[in-house]
Each structure stands twice: as C-alpha cells, then as structure tokens.
Write a protein that binds this ligand. Structure first.
Ligand SMILES: Nc1ncnc2c1ncn2[C@@H]1O[C@H](COP(=O)(O)OP(=O)(O)OP(=O)(O)O)[C@@H](O)[C@H]1O
Ligand SMILES: [Mg+2]
Length: 221
C-alpha cells in the first residue's frame, strides 16, 4: 500500500515508477488505483481513452478481473487495475480481499495506490496489505501528516517504511546521511526504504541517477 497523509507528495508517481522498475527486474506486477473519484495512475501510462472497466466494476461484479486488467508492456508482466471516477463508491472490504486473493495467485507484487488523507478507504485496505510505503517530501506539512498517518498504520500492526520523495540534489548530497536518517530514525521511528530525487532537476541526463534510486528501492521490496 502506498500512502502518505498529505496529498500531492508523489504516491501515484511512486506507484507508477516502482511498478515499472519491478517489472524490469522480472517481477510480475499489478498496480491498483484506489483513489475513487480522483483516479490518476492511468495518466502515467496514457491510458485514459483505453479504460473500459475499472476497479469498482470488478469489486461490484459487473466484470471479471481479467476484463478490467490492462497490460502495459508486451514483453513483461506489468498490469494496471484502473481507478474509478465514482467518488461516492464506498469500498467493500470483503470484495477487495477476494480481488487481492485472486491477484496474489498471478502476481509477485501488488502495489496499491491510495488517496490523500486518512479515509475509510485506507482503514479498509490496511488490514489486507503486507506492507505500507509511506511517501513524504521534506515539507513540514508532509512530514507532520505522514507522522499522523504512521501512527494510524501502527494501530493495524502493518510494517511500514518511509519513502522520501522529491529530494533535491543539495539534499541528496549533504543531507542524506544526517537529516534523512534523523527523520526516519528519530521523527518517524521507521526504516527508510530509500530516497527518490526531484526529477525536474535531473532532466534527460539524470536518467541514470533516477534509475539507480529506483533500483535501490526496488531491491528492498
Ligand atoms: N520525484 C519527483 N520529482 C518531480 N516531480 C514529482 C516527483 N514526484 C511527484 N512529482 C510531481 O508531483 C505532483 C504530484 O504527484 P502525484 O500525483 O504522484 O502525488 P500524489 O501523492 O499521488 O497526489 P494525490 O494525493 O493527489 O493522489 C505531480 O505533478 C508529479 O509529477
Ligand atoms: Mg495520487
């Protein structure tokens, strides 16, 4: 489960990047968009016009899982279960459990992109997952909301690691070993799974740096 607390910190971006990288590492991967009403994961793969069925159709039994899953790579096993535009949908936990049980048979990794905030959707997904990746940037608001989210997750006893996102070159160079370590150990009291750079600063020539960060994170999943 990819969660954050504060919105806009990079949950959906992280889901798309990690899913793609894991599949490059020969894992079979499915990414699920549970941001009901505000789906965005499909945008990362330019799918908007290709979506026929979505996660709510599957959960409500309108279509089969096979009908809704969209393959993203011809040569690798990377799939998306697209989100729904239905903002009023109230997640059925039993239906979700059934879908996850089916997907577990076919995929090595299931990445669940979740909405911003702490909602009924999060509380229903939490008992169904093996781990949470808690995404945060270095802004005060993001850190505070991630801490709050972390304390909610703790009540469910789900192992959680921090993923630092949008980290500038300066922060990467000077703060990685001190400030980020301080944040994960002393502030969050959680292990960090890694640091993802602020992509805009790297441009085309930073592709290798970004790839390395992704690989470091993915080897720990
Ligand atoms: N590492 C990064 N470097 C540069 N830009 C990034 C990075 N991660 C995310 N962004 C940008 O930040 C914005 C928000 O990202 P994203 O939609 O992934 O956040 P989110 O947490 O899923 O948001 P929401 O809470 O609304 O679902 C997007 O414009 C995205 O391109
Ligand atoms: Mg999102």
């Amino acid at each position: 489960m990819i969660a954050s607390g504060k919105g806009g910190v990079g949950k959906t971006t992280a889901t798309a990047f990690l899913g793609t990288e894991l599949s490059r590492m020969d894992k079979s991967v499915v990414m699920i968009d549970t941001d009901f009403g505000l789906r965005n994961l499909d945008l990362h793969f330019s799918l908007d016009q290709k979506i026929v069925y979505n996660i709510v159709d599957v959960l409500e039994g309108t279509c089969s899982l096979r009908q809704a899953l969209i393959p993203l790579e011809p040569s690798r096993k990377l799939y998306i279960l697209p989100g729904s535009k239905d903002y009023r949908y109230c997640l059925s936990q039993s239906a979700l459990v059934h879908v996850l049980q089916e997907l577990t048979k076919d995929f090595d990794d299931i990445l669940i992109d979740t909405p911003a905030g702490i909602s009924d959707t999060h509380l229903k997904i939490l008992p169904c997952v093996t781990e949470v990746l808690l995404v945060t940037t270095l802004t005060d608001a993001s850190i505070r909301d991630a801490i709050t989210m972390g304390s909610v997750i703790k009540k469910y006893g789900v192992p959680t690691r921090i993923l630092f996102n949008r980290i500038s070159k300066t922060a990467m160079a000077h703060m990685e070993n001190r400030h980020l370590l301080y944040l994960s150990q002393d502030v969050f009291q959680m292990e960090s799974i890694g640091v993802f750079p602020y992509i805009g600063e790297y441009g085309m020539h930073g592709a290798k740096k970004i790839q390395r960060s992704l690989q470091q994170i993915c080897t720990q999943i």
